[in-house]
Design a protein around this ligand. Structure first.
Ligand SMILES: [Zn+2]
Length: 235
């Protein structure tokens, strides 16, 4: 194969850097972001995106059965649609994070759009649950120019994940196998109690996966913590 002209190679390298900056789990290029907790402690965090949904209550029952706390990255539009469910999540002792208002793909959007969308979600969650989120998970894990400023103004820290379950497209057994194989001390696991802004989404796979995964991880000696607890430097 002919070598690429220097300009093209440079463009390719810049392109792959940008791809990592936008989507890489360890990238903090567009704002403060973390993707795991303390590797010295056998603790993990379950995180659920895209809720609340009509089926979130079923997930809360499963978590309650095992007395397992989790962090729910909620979309403002879903909170406005189902405020009682959002409050149920808080009442059950779980933590709530910001997952945007409308679940947009933020790449190529303006800094103004990004800040407004995050701010609307922050306000929706605050007014319906009384909680002011300090954690933010970008929809699709996509960060962009302007996010750093928006996060700073809203006092939000980004949270990616150590492992993601693909629970929106894979069967429950595959989700459990994938997460169980990738879990380690301090792991942040990403699942979904909604499907973007869909009304009455089918989250049967997620429920089934959580039912099976939690006992497996408890058997291995992991404790479950919220993101705030998992990432607290003094614990
Ligand atoms: Zn999402």
């Amino acid at each position: 194969m002919d070598p690429l002209p220097i300009g093209s190679a440079g463009a390719l390298a810049a392109g792959s850097f940008l791809a990592w900056a936008v989507r890489g789990r360890s990238s903090a290029v567009f704002g403060p972001s973390l993707w795991r907790g303390n590797p010295a402690r056998p603790a993990v965090a379950l995180t659920f995106d895209d809720g609340p949904s009509e089926s979130t209550s079923q997930l809360l029952e499963i978590l309650d059965r095992h007395k397992v706390p989790a962090t729910f990255f909620q979309c403002g539009a879903n909170v406005e649609r189902l405020p009682a469910v959002a409050r149920e999540v808080v009442a059950a002792g779980h933590s709530i994070g910001n997952h945007s208002q409308t679940h947009p793909l933020f790449c190529f959007r303006s800094p103004r759009f990004i800040e407004q969308d995050l701010r609307r979600a922050q306000q929706a969650i605050q007014s319906h649950t009384g909680v002011t989120p300090v954690w933010f998970r970008a929809p699709f894990g996509v960060r962009w120019f302007g996010m750093r400023r928006a996060q700073r103004r809203l006092s939000l820290t980004g949270v990616m994940w150590t492992a993601i379950g693909y629970d929106w497209k894979r069967p429950a057994g595959a989700v459990v196998d994938r997460l169980a194989a990738r879990v380690s001390n301090g792991a942040i696991l990403c699942l979904h109690d909604g499907r973007e802004l869909r009304v009455r989404p089918d989250i049967g796979v997620t429920l089934d996966a959580v039912r099976r995964l939690v006992p497996v991880l408890l058997d291995r000696g992991y404790v479950f913590e919220t993101i705030s607890h998992l990432t607290c430097p003094t614990t």
